[in-house]
Design a protein around this ligand. Structure first.
Ligand code: GDP
Length: 438
């Protein structure tokens, strides 16, 4: 979903080559403008965002880092709308939520996702089928609720949605439910009859929350209908469905800015578990292609032992990284799983992951050669790469069935990698690396 924007942000940032160079800043801003418009962000938001980023970058000093920081701050500001975040329970149960949206937006699926999310929080949830517009909607809810062991209240399709809502509330109070989620009628387009019906249900239930489910794939149309729904029945939150799809990503900015209603959740797949809290900084991190370091850290901490990691850093610092360490590192990496998913979590590389085929490093020709070469070295040579003179290299080439040119190439690459690692292993080195990646 976010790749279009992420790629363009990166190329805009890369336009800034020199500090104090207004021309490069202008060109970066121009790039950014094109990217945002292409991603369906409203032109007024684009104009304000660019103005703010330009002023702030100039004030702080033109450079990639200031430009990036300013862009991040302003994107986060747009997405952070005052109001509730996530799910908030009313002081007096049941917390009543109306789920509204256009037909096909994902309203029914999202209702069940939310019910499941609350159930996992040990809440007693009742889903109410008030979408009598779409014939299959009640049946869809019945199946989804039954598959996920969620209680459902429904009546005959000929009943009136307002009386269904009233009866459902009675049942919820009697059954001591914590939350009721009411799936209301969807239409292909907004019409007066739909709004009247929603208004009547709202009057009957006085809900604590009215969540609008917006299909992120529909871009500006989703923003426009959110604005209309908000004008008519006052929304308290927006849930962006299909955020996993290949829409253009600008919709989140548009809804936040134009409705001023907080985004509460995002739907990231068709399964019931595919619902995530909407957290502005996290979304901005993903937009900037900064990956998800928290998840990466969780994954690696289970595998990489802190003591070993420290010892390795010390070795690298002293320039003592040898072939045994190299093999060890390769073994550790194998345990972390798919290269593609790992790359996606690394800052600066996440936009690359979408375009990658997964690499089977273990079975690659290169890895096999490297292993053969290291296998042909003596124990001493593996521990001390400096020992490798021409006659030793010739012996290794013969032993591993490779040409001497190939052995030389590998040794050169190994030497360069060790030098790089040494350079980046100090505190300043990490800063350099971060600057290089950001
Ligand atoms: P409704 O008419 O608004 O009730 O829409 P539905 O809940 O029936 O959803 C319409 C389609 O969108 C269904 O095929 C859902 O599986 C799909 N859908 C809903 N939410 C998501 C989501 O977050 N990601 C993806 N990929 N598909 C979704």
């Amino acid at each position: 979903m976010l790749e279009v924007l992420t790629d363009s942000f990166r190329s805009a940032i890369n336009k800034i080559r020199f500090s104090d160079d207004e021309k490069s800043l202008k060109s970066a801003l121009e790039n950014l403008k094109k990217a945002l418009l292409k991603a369906d962000v409203h032109h007024k938001i684009v104009r304000d965002l660019l103005r703010n980023v330009e002023l702030e970058t100039k004030a702080k000093g033109i450079g990639q880092v200031n430009f990036l920081r300013s862009l991040k701050t302003h994107l986060t500001t747009i997405l952070t709308v005052p109001g509730h975040q996530g799910f908030v329970f009313a002081s007096k149960p049941p917390t009543t939520v109306l789920m509204v949206g256009l037909q096909g937006s994902g309203k029914t699926t999202t209702t069940v996702k939310l019910a499941n999310y609350l159930k996992l929080k040990q809440k007693k949830v009742l889903v109410v089928a008030c979408d009598l517009q779409r014939l299959a909607a009640v049946e869809q809810l019945r199946q989804l609720c039954s598959a996920n062991e969620i209680d459902l209240y429904f009546e005959d399709a000929s009943a009136n949605p307002v009386s269904i809502a009233k009866n459902a509330m009675k049942k919820a109070k009697e059954g001591l439910y914590d939350v009721i989620l009411v799936d209301t009628a969807g239409r292909l387009a907004i019409d007066a009859e739909l709004m009247d019906q929603l208004e009547a249900i709202k009057k009957e239930l006085t809900p604590d929350e009215i969540f609008y489910v917006a299909d992120s794939m529909t871009g500006q149309d989703a923003v426009k209908s959110a604005v209309t729904f908000h004008e008519k029945i006052t929304l308290s939150g927006v849930i962006l469905s299909k955020f996993d799809g290949d829409g253009k990503g600008g919709v989140a900015l548009g809804i936040a800015e134009q409705t001023n209603v907080p985004l509460r959740f995002i739907g990231v797949g068709e399964k019931v578990a595919d619902l995530e809290h909407f957290i502005p900084d996290r979304i901005v991190s993903r937009l900037m292609g900064e990956g998800d370091l928290e998840t990466l850290a969780e994954k690696t901490s289970g595998i990489i032992n802190e003591k070993q990691a420290k010892a390795m850093t010390q070795k690298i610092k002293k320039g003592q990284f040898n072939f045994n360490d190299f093999l060890d590192q390769m073994e550790q990496m194998k345990k972390l799983g798919s290269m593609k998913s790992l790359i996606g979590m690394i800052p600066g590389l996440s936009q690359m992951a979408g375009k990658l085929q997964d690499v089977d490093m273990e079975n690659s020709v290169e890895m096999k050669r490297i292993k053969a070469m290291i296998g042909s070295m003596t124990k001493k040579e593996r521990e001390d790469p400096e020992l490798l003179n021409n006659s030793r290299k010739r012996r290794i080439a013969e032993g591993s069935g490779l040409s001497q040119v190939e052995v030389n190439r590998f040794l050169k690459q190994f030497g360069n990698a060790a030098k790089m690692a040494k350079k980046f292993s100090g505190k300043k080195g990490m800063q350099d690396l971060q600057n290089m990646l950001s």
